[in-house]
Design a protein around this ligand. Structure first.
Ligand code: AMP
Ligand code: ZN
Length: 175
């Protein structure tokens, strides 16, 4: 866990690390990504330090997303793009590198290939029964951070011999 004192984005908020700031209000800040995926690639962050969105309450998340929409549209229009991708990762498994919540707003252009989510994660085919099973599990799932047992299941604590989703579909998804 990165302390707030060590956090790169907290240092940008405090002005200790330079950034190309494009928007600021009482609770959020937006600045250009230092390694842009496209011209206008902007990061929108809460001024308060949270590692993941699971630590934020709904009001804080709502305020952040209001800025994401506003700044995303500013970025898209600022560079005369035709589209806008919004991306956000939570945790190492999701590929999060900087441990301070951030949304990527990436202006998109018609001549790019390949567009869409497919360029991030290739799609897979699942049969009807598998999709139903996954939908039921999501409907009954809690919100918030994953329980530590769920993140690292120990053999003794497993309630049954039932396969985890990772075990059941991992091959399909090439884990
Ligand atoms: P993520 O992989 O979602 O954690 O994204 C982290 C992003 O932060 C990457 O796109 C980096 O290029 C960007 N980044 C890292 N350091 C800086 C910095 N000093 N100023 C602006 N963007 C940064
Ligand atoms: Zn921070």
């Amino acid at each position: 866990m990165v302390s707030q004192q060590e956090c790169l984005f907290c240092k940008i908020i405090k002005g200790e690390v330079p950034a190309k700031k494009v928007y600021e209000d009482d609770v959020t800040l937006a600045f250009l990504d230092i390694n842009p995926r496209n011209p206008g690639h902007t990061l929108i962050i809460p001024k308060k330090h949270f590692e993941t969105i699971m630590e934020m309450d709904e009001k804080e998340a709502t305020r952040l997303f209001e800025s994401v929409k506003k700044v995303g549209e500013m970025a898209m229009n600022g560079v005369q793009a035709q589209g806008l991708s919004i991306a956000q990762s939570n945790g190492q498994a999701a590929g999060q590198v900087v441990a301070h919540v951030h949304f990527h707003a990436i202006p998109r252009f018609m001549n790019e290939a390949p567009p869409g989510l497919e360029s991030i994660l290739a799609s897979k085919r699942l049969d009807e029964k598998s999709l139903d099973k996954i939908a039921e599990a999501i409907k009954g799932a809690p919100t918030g951070a994953p329980a530590s047992e769920a993140a690292a299941p120990s053999e003794e604590k497993k309630p049954s011999k039932e396969l985890s989703f990772e075990e059941e579909f991992g091959d399909e998804f090439k884990l």
